[in-house]
Design a protein around this ligand. Structure first.
Ligand code: GCV
Length: 737
């Protein structure tokens, strides 16, 4: 056995895979700057490693393909690192402690198990991981019907080791619940990122296609490890040039890097591209020449990128061109593009973020009014992508009524992983809790328990293509996401996309174990911080259903007084409607009646002041300042308590983190501690600015227990939090709302 492996190893060194392996090794050289994300593979605690050692000695990976080479490289690197001894590749199963990976098509041993039917049912991305016997010796088998499934299985196995799970009696059967699990990058061709807070774009357009940054490979590894299988690589506020031959060659180079990892590339086309780069006079979707232009463009793309995913389109939204420009419907536009990609099995993801302004309307209801009449009118390869809430990625929103409004339309949710409305990459907020709240929301569509998850995974409306998208928070910052803890949101998005039922606690625990520490007490403390963080941020930014109180344009920090935007529905004053009587947006039948877009019985629950969940109170109701909440506190006092509670939490969190010095490595500990200092300072400003401003209407004193504001309202109004910044933040110049 030993000599066989040695021969195998020397052959391996000549193999192109060896180069990839060495490349991966180089990327781990720098200690704890966060670059390695959750794929650190540092040695496990000695006792755990000792337990694993007899089970993990040799890796046997069937097949010769780029994907199976990745499986080899990742398992050797991962197992060797974690166990602290060299785990080697072998070409046949003999001896004990073998991990065998493959598909029935490429591995005789796996075919011999007779699992083919089960593997078929799990699809090309599903897998089993089993303790089995091969040649009468114990082994661990990672099997799938597809090579990408085998890769996912390998990452799952590594996660078991990384999170110290037992591996002596394995029988894991897993498959992704949603088909399309896509990251949307709002990356511009000049390298900037709209709402990006972690450096520049990862795609270096001027170097491509000749030079491929190794970081592209590490990006693909990270995504594959959590099951993400798509990336839309340019901004939905699109530049038509992305579809020129010059750029498509660059896109193809990226797609080639991603392919072995099961990641398909998507593009955001500009609807007016036929005019801008095609020299046509119109982009009218019903014009024959326009449709032909898109058909040819699709054929050109698929010639270069045979597994191209399709188009993600922002049309007639916030100034973007679209079919409405030509008096056509959204369905006309989407279906025309869908016809162009259909012969290549491509799809069109049409964003439902449309809110044509009408005086006196309610922005929260606009998409429904505009698109609901087209339910059932979209082509079979069109999906509508809907933000989780009806406004715009606010710290807390009720679920978008769309998730029950379009039973004959394929709908996928869009999350925002990048923290546009969450203190950018300066605040710790673990978004899994918010996404869980959304996914668990009971839509009432088909009786109790009709959760959003059941809508989007096809259980309720049987949609054929399912999926989910997340606006990426990645960039060229060494740690990828700006804040070390923001990596957890990328991780959480992938894990929930794979299984929308995963508890936030499990996701947090996994990430902490893989990324920060195996110390049990420290792990519990960090998990508590993460799990409490969303509620705390809501407390100090927008409690009790308030929304969009952000400084205009850059959306960093509070400006509830803001009324300068040209559209009234871009102004905070439009959203909170504070006056002498009270505060909140009346969406009941006495107000905008947007509540009617929800399904009973949820609708009735929201409609009554008494039964409306207090976390959504001011979202749905304009409530008098003296209204008594369930706690007995008056609304004004309760509002103030929420703001204070948020600030208190930031202080407690800083203390807990301080106590973790020495448990978490110094470099990341210090970086996070500095971010926490900013977070506390910002929370304080949020509390003071909002309470001082709302007090001009409530005319009531701050209740006992709420601290006196540090500055005056005028001072808070004079400068945004970015301008008083002493931590060298970069201002996002984009001014889109
Ligand atoms: C890409 C919000 C953001 C914009 C973003 C838009 C969208 O309005 O502020 O930056 O544009 O959403 O989702 O299209």
């Amino acid at each position: 056995m030993r000599s066989a492996i040695q021969i195998e190893r020397s052959a391996f060194l000549l193999h192109p895979l060896a180069m990839l392996f060495m490349l991966l090794a180089v990327s781990t050289a720098a200690a704890d700057d966060g670059y390695r994300l959750w794929l650190r593979y540092d040695q496990l605690p000695v006792a755990a490693a000792a337990k694993y050692q007899p089970h993990v000695r040799f890796i046997v990976v069937a097949g010769n393909s780029a994907t199976m080479d990745v499986v080899r490289a990742e398992l050797v690197k991962g197992c060797s690192g974690l166990l602290g001894h060299e785990v080697t590749l072998a070409d046949t199963v003999s001896g004990e402690g073998v991990i065998l990976v493959g598909t029935p098509a490429i591995s005789r041993e796996i075919a011999a198990f007779g699992w083919s039917r089960q593997l078929e049912a799990l699809g090309k991305e599903g897998f089993v991981i089993r303790s089995a016997r091969i040649k009468n010796r114990p082994a661990i088998v990672i099997a799938s019907n597809g090579e990408i499934g085998a890769l996912y299985g390998a990452y799952h196995f590594l996660r078991l080791l990384q999170t110290l799970k037992p591996i002596d009696r394995l029988n894991i059967i897993d498959r992704p619940r949603l088909q399309l699990r896509v990251l949307d990058h709002w990356d511009n061709l000049d390298g900037s990122i709209e709402r990006g807070y972690a450096g520049r774009s990862l795609w270096n357009w001027s170097d491509l296609p000749e030079k491929l940054d190794p970081r592209l490979t590490d990006y693909a590894r990270a995504n594959a490890s959590i099951g993400i299988n798509g990336a839309t690589i340019n901004n939905v506020n699109a530049d038509a040039r992305i579809l020129t031959a010059e750029y498509l060659r660059k896109v193809a180079a990226i797609a080639n890097v991603f392919r072995p990892y099961g990641i398909r590339v998507y593009l955001s086309p500009r609807f007016s591209a036929p005019i801008e780069i095609g020299q046509l006079k119109t982009a009218d979707p019903l014009d024959a020449e326009v449709a032909a232009w898109w058909r040819n463009k699709a054929a050109e793309i698929y010639q270069l990128i045979p597994d191209f995913g399709g188009f993600l389109v922002k049309a007639n939204s916030e100034g973007q061109p679209g079919p409405r420009t030509y008096n056509r419907t959204h369905a006309d536009g989407a279906n025309m593009l869908a016809a162009a990609v259909m012969p290549h099995r491509g799809i069109v993801i049409w964003r439902a973020f449309v809110y044509d302004y009408k005086p006196g309307y309610d922005r929260a209801g606009a998409a429904y009014t505009e698109l609901q009449p087209f339910d059932g009118k979209f082509a079979a390869n069109v999906l509508l992508q809907v933000k989780n809430g009806p406004i715009d990625f606010q710290p807390r929103e009720p679920f978008h009524p769309w998730f029950v409004a379009m039973p004959r339309t394929q709908v996928i949710p869009e999350f925002q992983i990048t923290q546009e409305y969450f203190g950018w990459s300066n605040h710790l907020v673990f978004l899994a809790s918010m996404w869980r709240e959304f996914l668990d929301s009971d839509t009432g569509a088909a009786g109790r328990g009709s959760t959003v998850t059941k809508v989007i995974d096809g259980t309720l409306y049987h949609q054929k293509i399912t999926g989910i998208a997340g606006v990426a928070n990645t960039g060229t910052d060494r740690n990828w996401t700006g804040h070390h803890f923001a990596q957890a949101n990328w991780y959480a998005f992938g894990r929930l996309a794979w299984n929308p039922d995963l508890p936030s606690q499990q996701i947090a625990n996994e990430w902490i174990g893989m990324t920060l520490t195996h110390d049990a007490k420290a792990g519990r403390d960090i998990a508590r911080i993460m799990l409490e963080s969303h509620e705390a941020v809501v407390d100090y930014m927008t409690p009790l259903g308030l929304h969009h109180l952000f400084w205009g344009g850059h959306h960093y920090g509070p400006a509830p007084w803001w009324d300068k935007e040209k559209r009234e529905d871009w102004n905070p004053v439009y959203f909170h409607k504070a006056d002498d009587r009270g505060i909140g947006f009346d969406r009941t039948e006495k107000g905008s009646d947007t509540m009617a877009q929800y399904h009973a019985p949820g609708r009735e629950k929201f409609a009554s002041l008494q039964s409306c969940p207090e976390k959504f109170l001011l979202w749905f109701h304009h409530v008098p300042w003296d209204y008594r909440l369930r706690s007995g506190a008056r609304l004004w006092d309760a509002l103030a308590f929420h703001y204070q509670r948020g600030v208190d939490w930031t202080r407690a969190m800083r203390k807990t983190w301080e106590e973790l010095k020495g448990v978490v490595d110094e470099e990341r500990h210090r970086a996070v501690a500095q971010k926490f200092a900013i977070q506390e300072r910002d929370a304080l400003a949020w509390r003071d600015a909002c309470l001082l401003y709302f007090q001009t209407f409530s005319k009531r004193p701050l209740p006992r227990g709420v601290e006196k504001p540090v500055k005056s309202l005028e001072e808070y109004k004079a400068k945004s939090l970015l301008e008083i910044d002493s931590f060298n933040r970069k201002v996002d110049k984009s001014s889109n709302q």
